[in-house]
Design a protein around this ligand. Structure first.
Ligand code: ATP
Ligand code: MG
Length: 442
């Protein structure tokens, strides 16, 4: 078991120590690798999340929401003790009672836990679940790599058929198509089952031992403990040393080979192009048989946008019945970055801006804003009571296509002046007709 206690922060009082210096008023910044996603960007995130969840639901997936904090043991048992995630990247800490907790580094383990805990398999083992949310890994932050990042995660339980492996890849490539992201490649491999993988591991180990001096320090350690991980190493020297590494596909047992061949046939029938990639082992230990990644040339070293695969033994390993599973995670941060290269997302603006001169006019403008908001029309106003010229500048900045001007004269006459911002024409309209006019313009 990894020694998490070694890094436990010590507190002499047992309480959380505050670190405020007296009279300190400096600005507090977010922590490294954790970022804010600001208005202007969130529209793109929502567009992508909506497109993805709609498509997932057309494919029969239903949303599940799971906690961000879980018992550490859940991740150690599922992801694997000797993976980078568990050994180096998890945010793990004791809570006030000393229970070891971890901010989830991925979602599959939690979804499997929920599937077992709530016996979602009782009526039918077949369940298709998806979830969207933040994950936490303490990696070196860089473009496309954050310590809090977001994933769309989906899992299919109870279907062993290779048809579903192909359906998932078809769905994912359709999603990228819908988002206008065309420059992506599906990488496909099979990791076999524990039985046939043993032979592959042995031949890989033999090769690693012959080339130990060419491997990075981490990989030298991994060579015995978890040789598959070496294939996943991103250090150029290691990649080079393993260029002619043995292929799992050559070691597949009859059943695993049949499954893999069927996935390939179904992909071809669905016209999903793919590349065989015998180095694709993925960074988590629970995968069996089909593994895949969708990569892009857009993001430099952070080329993987989507990763996933089968995990036929995971439900059982986490204390449930023997039920097969397959799933994937879409890296939303990276998807958003690529999407920004290929597509504009329209920013929303108020549809009407009120310039109000005088207290009564301001009150009336405020009432209009409330009335329009519940009608589903966003309106905005200037609250300052300053000159019409200054308020018009504000109206311009808001990018609202229509401006309504209200002053004492207009109120007395029961009228308002409407300015069409596209051609700068103005006209007076009676107040009673204003709502219909705004509605029809909106
Ligand atoms: P990588 O090889 O880039 O480290 P991974 O194999 O660790 O990715 P998975 O655990 O399979 O990634 O997660 C699926 C997807 O989540 C990745 O393809 C990627 O798009 C995204 N992802 C993973 N780690 C990060 C991170 N630290 N920051 C942003 N996105 C990430
Ligand atoms: Mg990683």
């Amino acid at each position: 078991m990894t020694n998490f206690m070694a890094t436990r922060p010590q507190s002499t009082t047992g309480r959380i120590e505050t670190c405020l210096e007296e009279n300190e008023i400096g600005m507090i910044q977010s922590i490294r690798g954790f970022r804010d996603i600001l208005p202007g960007e969130t529209e793109r995130w929502r567009t992508i999340e909506k497109t993805a969840s709609e498509l997932l639901e057309f494919f029969g997936f239903r949303e599940i929401r799971i906690p961000v904090l879980e018992k550490t043991e859940l991740f150690c048992r599922s992801i694997g003790e000797t993976t980078d995630i568990v050994e180096k990247e998890m945010y793990t800490f004791p809570d006030r009672k000393g229970d070891m907790l971890t901010l989830r580094p991925e979602a599959t383990a939690s979804v499997v836990r929920a599937y077992i805990q709530h016996q979602l398999f009782a009526a039918t083992p077949v369940q298709k679940l998806y979830t969207i949310g933040p994950m936490f890994r303490r990696e070196r932050p860089q473009k496309g790599r954050y310590r809090q990042f977001y994933q769309i995660n989906a899992e299919v339980f109870g279907i062993a058929s290779p048809l579903v492996d192909a359906q998932i890849l078809f769905m994912l490539t359709s999603l990228l198509d819908r988002l206008g992201i065309l420059d992506c490649t599906v990488h496909l491999n099979s990791l076999g089952c524990p039985a046939c993988r043993a032979g592959f591991k042995d031949s890989l180990k033999t090769m690693l031992h012959d080339r130990l001096d060419r491997l990075c320090e981490d990989c030298r350690k991994r060579a015995d403990r978890n040789p598959l991980r070496v294939l996943d190493c991103k250090v150029p020297g290691c990649r080079e040393a393993l260029q002619d590494s043995p292929s799992m596909i050559d070691h597949l047992c009859d059943d695993c080979r049949e499954h893999f061949d069927a996935v390939r046939r179904h992909l071809e029938a669905l016209s999903v192009p793919y590349t065989l990639d015998h180095r694709l082992v993925r960074g988590l230990d629970y995968y069996t048989r089909t593994t895949f990644e969708i990569q892009t040339a857009h993001l430099g070293a952070q080329s993987a946008v989507i990763g996933g695969g089968r995990y036929d033994g995971l439900v059982k390993a986490l204390g449930g019945p023997e039920i097969p599973g397959i799933g994937f995670a879409i890296g939303l941060d990276r998807l958003v970055e690529i999407h920004a290269l290929v597509q504009e997302v329209r920013q929303t603006h108020p549809r009407v801006f009120f310039c109000a001169l005088g207290e009564d006019a301001q009150r009336m403008a405020s009432e209009w804003i409330c009335r329009l908001a519940v009608e589903g029309i966003e309106a905005s106003m200037d609250y300052s009571g300053r000159s019409l010229k200054s308020q018009m500048k504000q109206a311009d900045r808001s990018e609202a296509p229509m401006v309504v001007m209200l002053g004492d004269n207009e109120l007395a006459e029961g009228q308002a002046v409407i300015r069409d911002m596209s051609d700068k024409t103005q006209r007076k309209v009676p107040m009673e007709g204003l709502l219909d006019l705004i509605r029809s313009a909106a």
